[in-house]
Design a protein around this ligand. Sequence first.
Ligand code: ADE
Length: 237
Amino acid sequence: MKFNRIVLIMAMEDEARPIIKELNLTPRGKLLSPLPMEFYEGKYKSLNLDLVTSGKCDKHNVDHIGPQAAILNTASAISQLQPDLIINPGTAGGFVSAGGNIGDVYLSYPMVCYHDRRIPLPGFDAYGIGSYYCFDTREIANSLGLKMGIVSTGSSLDYTPKDLDLIKSYGGVVKEMEAASIAWVADLYKIPFFAIKSITDLVDNSTPTEEEFLKNLESASIALSREVFRVIDFIAK
Ligand code: ADE
């Protein structure tokens, strides 16, 4: 594939650490002071590879997860690094009803949507959902044996019945907290984008999400790093 500079946009340090190691990236400190984003840099074959995490919240001493920080991260990364492809690796919830299993890794296709921006006004209802089309990941997914599906973004780890109704209405199979925000900014700049999501928990089973998420975060992040490496290797060919 014809890319030269890929930027990986990520939320949590725990999710990023195995990828930074697998891709042998070098920490370069803050991307753009005083913003909290942390910048890592490297090369793979002929590709320039950058990774930017959203950094930590000084006030609450946790990672900046969620749609707002993802937008700031992506806009800063684009202006500083000028990527020609943006990838968002991360962890996510899957759905038993869609055949999802913990440890599955999905590529976003054909789009990413928002499930918690409900605006029942003409035109604004579709605007709220977003429906941002992704780079066509079918060749990568089929070659590497990865699942594909619609990724759905919201601000919460849990969900309301309305969130689930909306996810169902557009056929979402992966639920997380950043992809649609990153896709929106990528779309403004006309930079191709897709997400890679590793499943830590199943939304429609009886175990509380937070319990499953914490239990599976490490193994899902390791599975994610393995698949991110395979995807980068495929793109580098
Ligand atoms: N990240 C991991 N699991 C998630 C879920 N169920 N919802 C939102 N973000 C997640």
